[in-house]
Structures are given as structure tokens and as C-alpha cells.
Design a protein around this ligand. Structure first.
Ligand code: SF4
Ligand code: SF4
Length: 501
């Protein structure tokens, strides 16, 4: 018997005075929890299947439902908490690796919440963002070390290809296959409207989305699914995925059940076959090998596209980034250990990697120390939750940030953490037609535009408060940050003074 059948983690609480047995919950629950009992003439629930996705709660017309955490308790203690006991039982039953979705839930320090932003008072005036122009546009890519002029003094253009964004927020990689067609369409449309980019992830680019090329980052991962010349030429930039924050050092696996129809065509693999990305790229075992791939990607796209190299935040991330900055790549994306995923082994997700805040600060400082910061732009990702996190990332040295979990939440995700089941009740992390149609891409795109627009307004307010009117002028300006409750070593790595100093 499955553990959830013995100990269901959630209870479905139905108010009998409100329930009119309309059976909406039965139709809406992708996990088949609710059922109308003809004999009892009322709705019943099989709680063992509930993942707390809130679909039924949100759509119940009489507000008759709520889902609560069960309060049955194990004989737990500090050393053996409930989750650990349950995991032992589950593995003793299955013999398998534990799988999870979304980001690391463990209570490691969240450095964003220990950093505070400065504001002008008296001597250096703040700027009113409602009345004064505030520049949130950023250009990502290698910057030339010096400018050249012709004999007449005219500037000679020698700027390598740049990714121009109207706001320093991009949508991070989520493959078609791991998320639905409508979710991808929402991201593509929103990116175009916002003047930013979304990212194909490793699943290739569906034919319908080629028109969004100027707002698309096309990814090349170790599986090389869906990679061909037209694909590489279609995007505004190419991203080589070396690692992912949620599962550093291991490959990916999209089960054959999700490789159907257009997903299989886009990935260029047979229907029903598992899409397994190997842990390493089998042609990359050194920075020189990476350099070769970066050069090949540039050659095939006529040196017109910036190349991003994405890595997971790991222990020696600064040294790795230093190598990448010399590999010919234009942008480095660093993904912290709290980044989301459609599926990852739980142990890897929860125990491997380091926080993005420390990784970003270490990389920015190392590149500055080596005099090569202008060789690359930095994108930080891995649990950016608000415009304040965006601003703190920029002040720690990022040129822009990737968001994914927050973007999915704008589309309706309720963080139920069961993406790997393929039964997302909100039509996002699923390929089942009856579920995917629940996400209207027009509404989804509008909600994404709303979210990023709201964050951009908030960024402008923070910029105004600091008296600085351009995002680019704030990059790596750690004087604008102070730490609270951090020890000397943490402050040293972050490169910030303590509050009060
Ligand atoms: S899985 Fe979702 S829709 Fe089904 S009962 Fe639980 S909360 Fe409701
Ligand atoms: S995408 Fe869907 S399945 Fe995944 S956490 Fe969000 S609501 Fe749950």
C-alpha cells in the first residue's frame, strides 16, 4: 500500500451546508479525489490522492471546500522529523530514488532576506520616478575594452552582439514537454509585449513559436533535442546549458508518457521514448571544449547572436565562471540551489549546490579582480521572488535575472509540487489535452505582463529612492546594500557592510 494511502498528507474539508453536489470538484481534480456517491447522494473524497493544488477550492461555486494539512503525527523528534520518517517508509516500499518538483524547500538561510537596500536622505536627493525618466533597459553581452575611431573621429562600431531588454527580468528555461503548449505560448507572447526574452529550455522550439524569435533564447543542452540550424538561427540568443540549480551535476529525464505528438516532433525523438539528457555534454570536458562549442554556435549563426553559458551555483563557481568568461561566451547565467524544476531527485535538489546570493557575489568579485568583468554579462536565477530580490541581485553584480517559479505562479501554479506526475490541474506542467486547455494563453500572457510590469514599477521606485536613474549604474553597487544578522564571513563573501556601518 502506498504511504499516502496510509497517511494522507492533506484532508479535504467539505462544508455540508454549502455543498450543492454540483460535481465541479469531481470534474476539475486531475487526481480523481472527489466522487459523487450515488448511494449516499453526496460528494465523497479519496484524500490519499490529494496534492493540495487548490483547483477544487478555487472553482467551487459555493466555497464549500478547504484543504488542510493533516494533523496526524508520528512520534517525531528533531533528529527524525515527519518528512524523514515518511521518506524512509516510501523508499523501503519502492526501492526507488525519491523524485520532487519545484525548488528546494529546506530552511537554509535566504540571504535576500538578510540584505537591506539604501535610500537617499538630505544630501543626495532621491528621484521621483513618476516625474523623471528612469532607465530600466539593459544590454547583455560582451562590452569592448576600448572604443575605436576612424581618421575623421567617427566611432567605429565594434560592439559584439547584445541582447537588449526593456527590463532586467527574463523568463528562465522551461521546455515544451515539461510545460504545456499554452504555457509556452503565454511566455512567448508576454516576452514580446514586455520587450524581454523567454527561454525554450532543452525541448526545441515548436514551429508556431518561430515568429517570437526576437524574444526567444534557444537552449542547447546535453541531450541536443530539437537542435538544428534553423532552431539556432531563430532565437535572439543561444544558451548552452551546462547545469541547473535544482539538480547540479546530473542530467534530465522527461518520461516517455509526456513525449507525445508535437512534443516528440519538436524534440526530434520518437513518441513514447524517454527523453534522457546525459549529465555531461559528451563533447565538453574542459573550458577548451566549451570554447569550441561556443565558437561553433557563433559560426553557424554568423556571429550575430550572443551565447549564454548556464551553470549551476556550486562550490567553485567563481573559478568556473572565470574560465567561461574566457571561453568566448557573452553571458553567464548562474542558477542557485533554490531554482525550480519539473522533476529532480529529492536528495540532489535539497543537498547539492549553493545559494545564488553567495555565488553571484563571488563570481562578480572574481571577474572584477581579474579585470574581465566586461567580457560577460551575468544573469542570476534560482528563486527570485519579488522586485526586491531583483534589485538586490543587481546590486550584488547581476546584469539581469531569470524568473521561472514566479512566472508559473502568475499563470496559476499553486506550488503543489507534483509537476513530475504530469497531472497539473492548472494546465501548466502537463500534456494531457483536457488539462492543457484550462490555461488560456491570452489571459496567461496578460498576467505575466502584469507581474513583470508591476515589478518594473517597483524597481523604478527603489532606484528613485537611491537617487540613481539607471539599472546599469546600479550593477554591482554593493554600497547600496547592508547586511542584517550575518556573520563576518558571509558579509565578506557578499561584499557588503553590516547595517549601522
Ligand atoms: S488534488 Fe487539487 S483539486 Fe484534487 S482534491 Fe486536492 S486540492 Fe482539490
Ligand atoms: S506547475 Fe502545476 S503541478 Fe507544478 S507545482 Fe504548479 S500547480 Fe503544481
Amino acid at each position: 500500500m502506498a504511504l499516502s494511502e496510509l497517511y494522507p498528507p492533506y484532508e479535504v474539508v467539505r462544508n455540508p451546508d454549502r455543498c450543492i453536489a454540483c460535481r465541479v470538484c469531481e470534474r476539475q481534480c486531475a487526481n480523481e479525489v472527489h466522487r459523487y456517491d450515488e448511494d449516499l447522494k453526496k460528494m465523497t473524497a479519496d484524500e490519499s490522492k490529494c496534492v493540495n493544488c487548490h483547483r477544487c477550492v478555487a472553482l467551487c461555486p459555493t466555497r464549500a471546500l478547504k484543504i488542510v494539512k493533516t494533523d496526524h503525527c508520528f512520534r517525531e523528534n528533531e533528529n527524525w522529523p515527519k518528512e524523514t520518517i515518511e521518506e524512509i517508509y516510501r523508499q523501503a516500499g519502492s526501492g526507488g530514488v525519491l523524485l520532487s518538483s519545484m525548488g528546494n524547500p529546506k530552511p537554509y538561510p535566504i540571504y535576500w532576506d538578510r540584505l537591506l537596500i539604501n535610500a537617499s536622505q538630505v544630501t543626495n536627493p532621491s528621484i521621483d520616478p513618476l516625474r523623471e525618466p528612469m532607465e530600466t533597459r539593459v544590454f547583455l553581452g560582451k562590452k569592448p575594452e576600448e572604443i575605436h575611431r576612424d581618421e575623421a573621429g567617427k566611432l567605429l562600431p565594434n560592439l559584439p552582439p547584445q541582447l537588449e531588454l526593456s527590463t532586467p527580468i527574463l523568463f528562465s528555461a522551461m521546455s515544451y514537454g515539461s510545460i504545456s503548449y499554452n504555457a509556452h505560448k503565454s511566455l512567448a507572447q508576454a516576452a514580446r509585449e514586455l520587450g524581454t526574452c523567454y527561454n525554450t529550455g532543452e525541448g526545441g522550439l515548436h514551429q508556431d513559436f518561430y515568429p517570437y524569435g526576437e524574444n526567444t533564447i534557444v537552449q542547447v543542452a546535453s541531450g541536443r533535442f530539437g537542435v538544428h540550424k534553423e532552431y539556432l538561427s531563430a532565437g535572439a540568443a543561444i544558451e548552452v546549458k551546462m547545469g541547473q540549480g535544482a539538480k547540479p551535476g546530473i542530467g534530465g529525464h522527461l518520461p516517455g508518457a509526456k513525449i507525445v505528438g508535437d512534443v516528440s516532433r519538436t524534440r526530434m525523438i520518437p513518441e513514447g521514448s524517454d527523453a534522457i539528457s546525459p549529465a555531461p555534454h559528451h563533447d565538453i570536458y574542459s573550458i577548451e571544449d566549451l570554447r569550441q562549442l561556443v565558437l561553433s554556435l557563433k559560426e553557424v549563426t554568423h556571429f550575430e547572436k550572443p551565447v549564454i553559458v548556464k551553470i549551476a551555483a556550486v562550490h567553485n563557481v567563481a573559478a568556473i565562471a572565470s574560465g567561461i568568461a574566457r571561453s568566448g561566451a557573452d553571458i553567464i547565467a548562474i542558477d542557485g540551489f533554490r531554482g525550480g524544476t519539473g522533476a529532480a531527485p529529492t536528495r540532489i535538489r535539497d543537498n547539492v549546490g549553493i545559494p545564488i546570493e553567495l555565488a553571484l557575489a563571488a563570481v562578480d568579485q572574481r571577474l572584477r579582480d581579474e579585470g574581465i568583468r566586461g567580457n560577460v554579462s551575468l544573469i542570476a536565477g534560482g528563486s527570485i521572488r519579488s522586485s526586491a530580490d531583483v534589485m538586490k541581485a543587481i546590486l550584488l553584480g547581476a546584469d539581469a535575472v531569470y524568473i521561472a517559479t514566479a512566472a508559473l505562479m502568475a499563470l496559476g501554479c499553486h506550488l503543489c509540487r507534483s509537476c513530475h506526475s504530469g497531472k497539473c490541474s492548472w494546465g501548466i506542467a502537463t500534456q494531457r489535452p483536457e488539462l492543457t486547455q484550462r490555461l488560456d494563453p491570452e489571459i496567461g500572457a496578460q498576467r505575466l505582463v502584469n507581474l513583470v510590469t508591476a515589478w518594473t514599477h517597483e524597481l523604478k521606485e527603489m532606484m528613485g529612492g537611491m537617487g540613481i536613474n539607471s539599472i546599469e549604474a546600479l550593477r554591482g553597487n554593493r554600497l547600496m546594500l547592508r547586511g542584517v544578522g550575518l556573520n563576518e564571513k558571509e558579509l565578506q563573501i557578499l561584499g557588503v557592510a553590516h547595517a549601522g556601518e
